[in-house]
Design a protein around this ligand. Structure first.
Ligand SMILES: Cc1ncc(COP(=O)(O)O)c(C=O)c1O
Length: 418
Protein backbone atom coordinates (compact mmCIF):
# COMPACT_ATOMS: atom_id res chain seq x y z
CA UNK A 1 0.00 0.00 0.00
CA UNK A 2 1.40 3.36 -0.83
CA UNK A 3 -1.02 5.98 0.35
CA UNK A 4 0.34 9.45 0.80
CA UNK A 5 -1.33 11.56 3.50
CA UNK A 6 -0.69 15.29 3.60
CA UNK A 7 2.73 15.92 5.13
CA UNK A 8 1.46 18.22 7.90
CA UNK A 9 -1.06 15.59 9.03
CA UNK A 10 1.53 12.82 9.06
CA UNK A 11 4.00 15.04 10.91
CA UNK A 12 1.34 15.81 13.54
CA UNK A 13 0.39 12.13 13.86
CA UNK A 14 3.95 10.92 14.23
CA UNK A 15 4.74 13.60 16.80
CA UNK A 16 1.63 12.66 18.77
CA UNK A 17 2.52 8.98 18.87
CA UNK A 18 6.08 9.75 19.89
CA UNK A 19 4.88 11.96 22.71
CA UNK A 20 2.44 9.26 23.76
CA UNK A 21 5.31 6.83 23.85
CA UNK A 22 7.32 9.08 26.14
CA UNK A 23 4.37 9.43 28.46
CA UNK A 24 3.72 5.70 28.73
CA UNK A 25 5.53 3.54 31.16
CA UNK A 26 5.71 -0.19 31.58
CA UNK A 27 3.08 -2.00 29.58
CA UNK A 28 0.32 0.53 30.25
CA UNK A 29 0.34 1.85 26.73
CA UNK A 30 -3.30 0.97 26.09
CA UNK A 31 -4.62 2.56 29.27
CA UNK A 32 -2.45 5.60 28.71
CA UNK A 33 -3.84 5.89 25.18
CA UNK A 34 -7.42 5.74 26.49
CA UNK A 35 -6.64 8.30 29.19
CA UNK A 36 -5.20 10.61 26.59
CA UNK A 37 -8.25 10.24 24.39
CA UNK A 38 -10.48 11.08 27.34
CA UNK A 39 -8.30 14.11 28.14
CA UNK A 40 -7.43 12.76 31.61
CA UNK A 41 -3.72 13.29 31.16
CA UNK A 42 -1.39 15.51 29.18
CA UNK A 43 1.45 14.76 26.83
CA UNK A 44 4.95 16.00 27.48
CA UNK A 45 6.61 18.27 24.96
CA UNK A 46 8.05 16.68 21.85
CA UNK A 47 11.54 17.99 22.70
CA UNK A 48 11.50 15.79 25.80
CA UNK A 49 9.86 12.87 24.05
CA UNK A 50 12.50 12.74 21.35
CA UNK A 51 15.24 12.42 23.93
CA UNK A 52 13.29 9.72 25.72
CA UNK A 53 13.25 7.39 22.73
CA UNK A 54 15.63 4.53 23.30
CA UNK A 55 16.12 3.56 19.63
CA UNK A 56 16.70 5.88 16.75
CA UNK A 57 14.10 6.13 14.04
CA UNK A 58 13.82 8.84 11.46
CA UNK A 59 11.29 11.49 12.40
CA UNK A 60 9.85 14.60 10.79
CA UNK A 61 10.28 15.22 7.10
CA UNK A 62 13.11 12.70 6.92
CA UNK A 63 10.64 9.92 7.72
CA UNK A 64 7.60 11.42 6.10
CA UNK A 65 9.00 12.96 2.99
CA UNK A 66 8.14 11.92 -0.49
CA UNK A 67 10.27 8.78 -0.39
CA UNK A 68 8.55 7.35 2.72
CA UNK A 69 5.18 5.65 2.46
CA UNK A 70 2.53 5.70 5.17
CA UNK A 71 2.76 1.91 5.50
CA UNK A 72 6.47 2.22 6.17
CA UNK A 73 5.83 4.86 8.81
CA UNK A 74 3.22 2.63 10.46
CA UNK A 75 5.64 -0.27 10.39
CA UNK A 76 8.39 1.84 11.94
CA UNK A 77 6.13 3.00 14.72
CA UNK A 78 4.96 -0.52 15.45
CA UNK A 79 8.55 -1.69 15.50
CA UNK A 80 9.50 1.21 17.72
CA UNK A 81 6.65 0.53 20.15
CA UNK A 82 7.48 -3.17 20.26
CA UNK A 83 11.12 -2.40 20.99
CA UNK A 84 10.15 -0.08 23.83
CA UNK A 85 7.77 -2.64 25.28
CA UNK A 86 10.36 -5.40 25.08
CA UNK A 87 12.83 -3.12 26.76
CA UNK A 88 10.33 -2.34 29.54
CA UNK A 89 9.56 -6.00 30.00
CA UNK A 90 13.21 -6.83 30.07
CA UNK A 91 13.92 -4.15 32.64
CA UNK A 92 11.02 -5.52 34.73
CA UNK A 93 12.49 -8.99 34.77
CA UNK A 94 16.13 -8.17 35.23
CA UNK A 95 16.72 -6.06 38.34
CA UNK A 96 18.87 -3.04 37.54
CA UNK A 97 22.36 -3.62 38.86
CA UNK A 98 23.21 -1.18 41.57
CA UNK A 99 26.09 1.15 41.08
CA UNK A 100 28.81 -0.10 43.47
CA UNK A 101 29.48 2.11 46.46
CA UNK A 102 32.35 4.50 45.78
CA UNK A 103 33.74 7.59 47.51
CA UNK A 104 32.39 10.97 46.46
CA UNK A 105 34.80 12.97 44.34
CA UNK A 106 35.39 16.62 45.23
CA UNK A 107 34.42 17.57 41.68
CA UNK A 108 31.06 15.77 42.08
CA UNK A 109 30.42 17.68 45.30
CA UNK A 110 31.37 21.04 43.76
CA UNK A 111 29.17 20.28 40.77
CA UNK A 112 26.29 19.40 43.07
CA UNK A 113 26.68 22.72 44.84
CA UNK A 114 26.44 24.63 41.57
CA UNK A 115 23.54 22.45 40.40
CA UNK A 116 21.34 22.96 43.46
CA UNK A 117 22.33 26.56 44.27
CA UNK A 118 19.12 28.09 42.92
CA UNK A 119 16.82 25.62 44.70
CA UNK A 120 18.25 25.50 48.22
CA UNK A 121 18.95 28.08 50.87
CA UNK A 122 22.51 28.67 52.01
CA UNK A 123 21.48 28.25 55.63
CA UNK A 124 22.94 30.30 58.49
CA UNK A 125 25.23 29.04 61.20
CA UNK A 126 24.25 30.58 64.54
CA UNK A 127 26.06 30.47 67.85
CA UNK A 128 24.26 28.86 70.76
CA UNK A 129 25.58 30.81 73.70
CA UNK A 130 25.31 28.64 76.79
CA UNK A 131 27.91 30.45 78.91
CA UNK A 132 31.04 29.08 80.56
CA UNK A 133 31.40 25.37 81.18
CA UNK A 134 29.54 24.37 78.03
CA UNK A 135 30.99 23.33 74.68
CA UNK A 136 31.27 26.04 72.00
CA UNK A 137 28.33 25.09 69.76
CA UNK A 138 27.08 26.49 66.46
CA UNK A 139 23.81 25.39 64.90
CA UNK A 140 23.49 24.82 61.15
CA UNK A 141 19.86 25.72 60.57
CA UNK A 142 18.67 23.34 57.88
CA UNK A 143 15.16 23.72 59.28
CA UNK A 144 15.13 26.94 57.23
CA UNK A 145 15.20 25.16 53.86
CA UNK A 146 12.04 25.67 51.76
CA UNK A 147 10.88 22.19 52.80
CA UNK A 148 12.22 22.74 56.35
CA UNK A 149 14.80 19.98 56.14
CA UNK A 150 18.22 19.33 54.60
CA UNK A 151 16.78 16.54 52.41
CA UNK A 152 16.06 19.10 49.72
CA UNK A 153 19.77 19.31 48.93
CA UNK A 154 20.06 15.63 48.05
CA UNK A 155 16.69 15.38 46.38
CA UNK A 156 17.25 18.29 44.01
CA UNK A 157 20.66 16.95 43.02
CA UNK A 158 19.44 13.36 42.58
CA UNK A 159 16.43 14.34 40.45
CA UNK A 160 18.57 16.70 38.36
CA UNK A 161 21.09 13.90 37.73
CA UNK A 162 18.50 11.49 36.32
CA UNK A 163 18.46 11.09 32.58
CA UNK A 164 15.64 12.93 30.84
CA UNK A 165 13.89 9.65 30.04
CA UNK A 166 14.16 8.43 33.65
CA UNK A 167 12.73 11.72 34.91
CA UNK A 168 9.89 11.70 32.42
CA UNK A 169 8.68 8.38 33.87
CA UNK A 170 7.93 10.29 37.06
CA UNK A 171 9.82 9.73 40.31
CA UNK A 172 9.02 7.96 43.54
CA UNK A 173 10.62 7.55 46.91
CA UNK A 174 10.08 6.07 50.38
CA UNK A 175 9.90 8.46 53.28
CA UNK A 176 9.00 9.34 56.82
CA UNK A 177 8.19 12.80 55.45
CA UNK A 178 11.33 14.84 54.79
CA UNK A 179 12.81 12.96 51.83
CA UNK A 180 9.31 12.80 50.38
CA UNK A 181 8.98 16.57 50.55
CA UNK A 182 12.41 17.01 49.01
CA UNK A 183 11.72 14.68 46.10
CA UNK A 184 8.21 16.10 45.58
CA UNK A 185 9.66 19.61 45.52
CA UNK A 186 12.33 18.61 43.01
CA UNK A 187 9.76 16.76 40.88
CA UNK A 188 7.47 19.76 40.86
CA UNK A 189 10.35 21.95 39.71
CA UNK A 190 11.11 19.43 36.95
CA UNK A 191 7.43 19.22 35.97
CA UNK A 192 7.14 15.47 36.55
CA UNK A 193 4.83 13.43 38.82
CA UNK A 194 5.98 12.11 42.17
CA UNK A 195 4.75 9.25 44.35
CA UNK A 196 5.81 8.76 47.95
CA UNK A 197 5.50 5.49 49.84
CA UNK A 198 5.08 7.18 53.21
CA UNK A 199 5.18 5.80 56.72
CA UNK A 200 1.60 5.87 57.98
CA UNK A 201 2.57 7.12 61.45
CA UNK A 202 4.41 10.16 60.06
CA UNK A 203 3.27 13.46 61.59
CA UNK A 204 0.18 14.86 59.89
CA UNK A 205 2.07 18.00 58.93
CA UNK A 206 4.64 15.97 56.98
CA UNK A 207 1.93 14.01 55.14
CA UNK A 208 -0.01 17.19 54.34
CA UNK A 209 3.06 18.99 53.10
CA UNK A 210 4.02 16.15 50.74
CA UNK A 211 0.48 16.23 49.32
CA UNK A 212 0.61 20.01 49.03
CA UNK A 213 3.76 19.64 46.91
CA UNK A 214 1.76 17.46 44.52
CA UNK A 215 2.94 14.02 45.64
CA UNK A 216 0.65 11.00 45.48
CA UNK A 217 0.95 9.22 48.82
CA UNK A 218 0.78 5.50 49.53
CA UNK A 219 0.83 5.12 53.30
CA UNK A 220 2.31 1.92 54.71
CA UNK A 221 3.49 0.58 58.08
CA UNK A 222 7.07 1.38 59.13
CA UNK A 223 8.27 -2.21 58.63
CA UNK A 224 6.94 -2.31 55.06
CA UNK A 225 8.66 0.98 54.26
CA UNK A 226 11.96 -0.19 55.73
CA UNK A 227 11.74 -3.44 53.71
CA UNK A 228 10.99 -1.49 50.54
CA UNK A 229 14.10 0.63 51.16
CA UNK A 230 16.16 -2.55 50.99
CA UNK A 231 14.23 -3.95 48.01
CA UNK A 232 14.23 -0.60 46.19
CA UNK A 233 10.73 -1.52 45.05
CA UNK A 234 7.14 -1.38 46.26
CA UNK A 235 4.47 -3.38 44.55
CA UNK A 236 2.35 -1.31 42.19
CA UNK A 237 4.53 1.78 42.28
CA UNK A 238 6.07 2.72 38.97
CA UNK A 239 8.41 5.38 37.72
CA UNK A 240 12.02 6.06 38.58
CA UNK A 241 13.03 5.26 42.12
CA UNK A 242 15.05 7.85 44.02
CA UNK A 243 16.51 6.22 47.12
CA UNK A 244 16.36 8.64 50.07
CA UNK A 245 19.82 7.75 51.37
CA UNK A 246 21.56 4.91 49.44
CA UNK A 247 22.10 7.06 46.36
CA UNK A 248 25.43 8.58 45.32
CA UNK A 249 23.87 11.74 43.86
CA UNK A 250 21.50 12.24 46.78
CA UNK A 251 24.49 12.09 49.13
CA UNK A 252 26.48 14.47 46.91
CA UNK A 253 23.67 16.99 47.44
CA UNK A 254 24.09 16.75 51.22
CA UNK A 255 27.85 17.18 50.95
CA UNK A 256 27.28 20.81 49.92
CA UNK A 257 26.49 21.60 53.56
CA UNK A 258 30.07 20.68 54.46
CA UNK A 259 31.48 23.47 52.27
CA UNK A 260 29.17 26.04 53.83
CA UNK A 261 30.19 24.96 57.35
CA UNK A 262 33.90 25.38 56.65
CA UNK A 263 33.37 28.73 54.93
CA UNK A 264 31.41 30.10 57.89
CA UNK A 265 33.39 28.45 60.70
CA UNK A 266 36.83 27.38 59.46
CA UNK A 267 37.96 26.62 63.02
CA UNK A 268 35.34 23.89 63.49
CA UNK A 269 36.82 20.79 65.11
CA UNK A 270 33.74 18.54 65.12
CA UNK A 271 30.44 18.28 63.24
CA UNK A 272 27.49 16.23 64.47
CA UNK A 273 24.36 15.27 62.57
CA UNK A 274 21.54 12.77 62.98
CA UNK A 275 21.76 9.35 61.33
CA UNK A 276 18.74 7.63 59.80
CA UNK A 277 19.85 5.69 56.76
CA UNK A 278 23.24 7.42 56.85
CA UNK A 279 23.10 9.65 53.76
CA UNK A 280 23.38 12.96 55.58
CA UNK A 281 26.40 12.03 57.68
CA UNK A 282 28.16 10.46 54.68
CA UNK A 283 27.62 13.56 52.55
CA UNK A 284 28.83 16.05 55.15
CA UNK A 285 31.75 13.85 56.15
CA UNK A 286 32.85 13.31 52.53
CA UNK A 287 33.18 17.06 51.92
CA UNK A 288 34.74 17.90 55.26
CA UNK A 289 37.25 15.07 55.36
CA UNK A 290 38.35 15.96 51.83
CA UNK A 291 39.03 19.57 52.80
CA UNK A 292 40.05 19.24 56.46
CA UNK A 293 40.94 15.60 57.27
CA UNK A 294 41.55 16.26 60.98
CA UNK A 295 37.92 17.32 61.61
CA UNK A 296 35.78 14.82 63.55
CA UNK A 297 32.38 13.81 62.20
CA UNK A 298 29.89 12.21 64.54
CA UNK A 299 26.47 10.76 63.96
CA UNK A 300 23.71 11.09 66.56
CA UNK A 301 21.01 8.50 67.21
CA UNK A 302 18.24 8.05 69.78
CA UNK A 303 18.62 5.23 72.31
CA UNK A 304 15.52 3.61 70.82
CA UNK A 305 17.03 3.22 67.35
CA UNK A 306 20.81 3.26 67.18
CA UNK A 307 22.06 0.75 64.57
CA UNK A 308 24.99 2.94 63.49
CA UNK A 309 26.44 3.14 67.03
CA UNK A 310 26.00 -0.62 67.30
CA UNK A 311 27.71 -1.09 63.94
CA UNK A 312 30.68 1.02 65.05
CA UNK A 313 31.01 -1.03 68.23
CA UNK A 314 30.75 -4.36 66.36
CA UNK A 315 32.79 -3.32 63.32
CA UNK A 316 30.13 -4.31 60.78
CA UNK A 317 26.62 -3.31 59.66
CA UNK A 318 24.10 -4.30 62.33
CA UNK A 319 20.37 -4.73 62.85
CA UNK A 320 19.03 -2.90 65.93
CA UNK A 321 16.85 -5.59 67.47
CA UNK A 322 15.25 -3.44 70.18
CA UNK A 323 14.06 -0.77 67.77
CA UNK A 324 11.14 1.32 69.07
CA UNK A 325 9.15 4.07 67.41
CA UNK A 326 9.33 7.50 69.05
CA UNK A 327 8.80 11.20 68.35
CA UNK A 328 12.22 11.08 66.65
CA UNK A 329 10.48 9.90 63.49
CA UNK A 330 13.02 11.25 60.97
CA UNK A 331 16.10 9.40 62.18
CA UNK A 332 17.14 6.12 63.75
CA UNK A 333 16.67 3.17 61.45
CA UNK A 334 15.95 -0.48 62.18
CA UNK A 335 19.31 -1.45 60.76
CA UNK A 336 22.32 0.01 59.04
CA UNK A 337 22.36 -1.22 55.46
CA UNK A 338 25.69 -2.90 54.54
CA UNK A 339 26.08 -0.52 51.60
CA UNK A 340 25.64 2.44 53.93
CA UNK A 341 28.16 1.01 56.37
CA UNK A 342 30.60 0.84 53.46
CA UNK A 343 29.99 4.52 52.80
CA UNK A 344 30.06 5.64 56.44
CA UNK A 345 33.00 3.69 57.84
CA UNK A 346 35.84 5.47 55.96
CA UNK A 347 34.66 9.04 56.71
CA UNK A 348 32.65 9.05 59.96
CA UNK A 349 34.25 8.82 63.42
CA UNK A 350 31.36 7.26 65.34
CA UNK A 351 27.79 7.73 66.48
CA UNK A 352 26.74 9.28 69.80
CA UNK A 353 23.61 7.81 71.38
CA UNK A 354 21.28 10.14 73.31
CA UNK A 355 18.16 9.51 75.36
CA UNK A 356 14.72 10.73 74.34
CA UNK A 357 14.80 13.06 77.37
CA UNK A 358 18.09 14.60 76.20
CA UNK A 359 16.55 15.09 72.77
CA UNK A 360 13.50 16.86 74.20
CA UNK A 361 15.79 19.05 76.32
CA UNK A 362 17.72 20.03 73.17
CA UNK A 363 14.46 20.92 71.40
CA UNK A 364 13.47 23.07 74.37
CA UNK A 365 16.88 24.75 74.56
CA UNK A 366 16.78 25.75 70.90
CA UNK A 367 13.26 27.16 71.27
CA UNK A 368 14.30 29.16 74.33
CA UNK A 369 17.71 30.41 73.25
CA UNK A 370 17.52 30.86 69.49
CA UNK A 371 13.77 30.59 68.81
CA UNK A 372 14.29 27.60 66.56
CA UNK A 373 11.68 24.89 66.02
CA UNK A 374 13.50 21.59 65.58
CA UNK A 375 11.83 18.22 65.13
CA UNK A 376 13.13 15.28 67.18
CA UNK A 377 15.65 14.15 64.55
CA UNK A 378 16.73 17.76 64.10
CA UNK A 379 17.59 18.07 67.80
CA UNK A 380 19.67 14.87 68.10
CA UNK A 381 22.91 16.59 67.08
CA UNK A 382 22.62 19.28 69.74
CA UNK A 383 21.68 16.67 72.34
CA UNK A 384 24.82 14.75 71.36
CA UNK A 385 26.99 17.89 71.50
CA UNK A 386 25.73 18.60 75.03
CA UNK A 387 26.88 15.18 76.26
CA UNK A 388 30.49 16.42 75.90
CA UNK A 389 31.43 13.27 73.94
CA UNK A 390 32.42 15.36 70.91
CA UNK A 391 34.68 17.62 72.97
CA UNK A 392 34.53 21.32 73.77
CA UNK A 393 34.37 22.61 70.22
CA UNK A 394 33.97 24.60 68.22
CA UNK A 395 31.27 22.05 67.32
CA UNK A 396 28.68 22.41 64.58
CA UNK A 397 25.40 20.65 65.36
CA UNK A 398 23.23 20.24 62.27
CA UNK A 399 19.58 21.09 62.93
CA UNK A 400 18.51 18.82 60.11
CA UNK A 401 14.78 19.45 60.18
CA UNK A 402 11.92 21.36 61.76
CA UNK A 403 8.92 19.41 60.53
CA UNK A 404 6.91 18.61 63.61
CA UNK A 405 3.23 19.10 64.39
CA UNK A 406 3.09 22.25 66.51
CA UNK A 407 0.82 20.79 69.19
CA UNK A 408 3.21 17.86 69.54
CA UNK A 409 6.17 20.24 69.67
CA UNK A 410 4.53 22.14 72.54
CA UNK A 411 3.88 18.89 74.44
CA UNK A 412 7.46 17.77 73.93
CA UNK A 413 9.15 20.94 75.13
CA UNK A 414 7.13 21.26 78.34
CA UNK A 415 9.44 20.11 81.13
CA UNK A 416 8.34 16.82 82.77
CA UNK A 417 7.72 18.44 86.15
CA UNK A 418 5.04 20.84 84.82
C1 LIG B 1 15.29 15.71 60.09
C2 LIG B 1 16.13 14.56 59.69
N1 LIG B 1 17.35 14.46 60.20
C3 LIG B 1 18.14 13.41 59.90
C4 LIG B 1 17.72 12.40 59.07
C5 LIG B 1 18.61 11.23 58.78
O1 LIG B 1 19.15 11.32 57.51
P1 LIG B 1 19.77 10.07 56.71
O2 LIG B 1 18.64 9.13 56.44
O3 LIG B 1 20.34 10.68 55.51
O4 LIG B 1 20.78 9.48 57.63
C6 LIG B 1 16.45 12.47 58.50
C7 LIG B 1 15.98 11.42 57.60
O5 LIG B 1 14.94 11.49 57.01
C8 LIG B 1 15.63 13.57 58.82
O6 LIG B 1 14.41 13.68 58.32
Amino acid sequence: MRCTLPLAFRQFWLNWVLRLNARCDRRNWASCFLKLLSGATKLPSLKVAKRAIPISIPTGPAALGTGCSTSRTVWMLAYHRASCMTENLRSDLVPKTLEPVRPLLLTEMFDARRRIAKSVVRTPLVRLDLGPGFPDIHLKLENLQPTNSYKLRGAVNAVAMLSESERQLGVWTISAGNAGQGVAYAARQAGVPCTVVAIETAPASKLERMRALGATLITVPYEAAWRALGDRAYQGVEGTFVHPFDDHNFIAGHSTMGFEILEDAPGTVAVICAIGGGGLVTGIASALKALKPEIKIWGAEPETAAPAALSFSMGSAQVFKDWKASFVDGAGGQSLFPRMWERIRPVVDGSIVVSLEQTKAAMRLMAEKVRVIAEGAGALALAAALTGKAGQGPIVAVVSGGNVDLAKFCDLIVPESK
